[in-house]
Design a protein around this ligand. Structure first.
Ligand code: TYD
Length: 205
């Protein structure tokens, strides 16, 4: 059995279905004995939630956007994630740094090396032990989003944008394959749930 990851993140393009599976993931970890701290990005603290509002509502230059999401992340790491891990909690975050490489890097064209600097500053070496990447064809994700809800700034982007976001996730995964579990989010809800469940079992949960 592998060492149980204590910091777990969930990633994927908008419409890939991560929200659908979040509660079940939390429940499985709890049943396996974890005290789970569920959180999200951008957000997770009052300051980071305020920055989230700005980023999702106001048009801005891509590097400014990247700096704001990483500023929010630093606040989240310092005030929530690190303290929770230090108390022995398992942190389950709906998005983390990979989302900035995917959206601001892949999607909006911010240079990878600039994002790496921001990641160093914001996270100070903190990396998830496991990242569940809900991978889905962007055209299918667009069909699902159209059925679901009103779009925020990112969600309103076209399929070409989400192709680039997906490529950003793929680049992060290729650089650190052991950390990622790639979930085929194109399957049925039950099949996706089974993949996620098995992944957590395989990782010791
Ligand atoms: P999302 O996580 O999908 O939340 P919701 O459940 O409200 O849809 O939305 C957050 C949006 O923020 C999503 O479109 C991706 C974007 N985002 C970035 O652009 N950069 C980041 O670093 C993060 C964490 C999110």
């Amino acid at each position: 059995m592998s060492v149980r990851p204590l910091f777990i993140t969930i990633e994927g393009i908008d419409g890939a279905g991560k929200s659908t599976h979040l509660a079940a993931i939390q429940a499985q970890l709890t049943l396996a004995g974890a005290r789970v701290r569920a959180t999200r990005e951008p957000g997770g603290t009052p300051l980071a939630e305020a920055l989230r509002e700005q980023v999702l509502r106001s048009a801005m230059d891509p590097l400014t956007e990247a700096m704001l999401v990483f500023a929010a992340r630093r606040d989240h790491v310092l005030n929530v994630i690190r303290p929770a891990l230090a108390c022995g909690e398992v942190v389950l975050s709906d998005r983390f740094a990979d989302a900035s490489f995917a959206y601001q890097g892949g999607g909006r064209g911010v240079a990878w090396r600039q994002l790496e600097v921001l990641e160093d500053w914001a996270c100070e070496g903190l990396r998830p032990g496991l990242t569940l990447w809900f991978d889905l064809d962007p055209a299918e994700a667009a069909r699902r989003r159209a059925r679901a809800r009103a779009a925020d700034r990112c969600e309103a982007e076209d399929v070409a944008f989400f192709e680039r976001v997906r490529d950003g996730y793929a680049r992060r995964q290729a650089a650190d394959p052991g950390r990622f579990a790639v979930i085929d989010a194109g399957l049925s809800v039950d099949e996706v749930a089974a993949q996620v469940r098995q992944t957590l079992v395989d990782r010791g949960w």
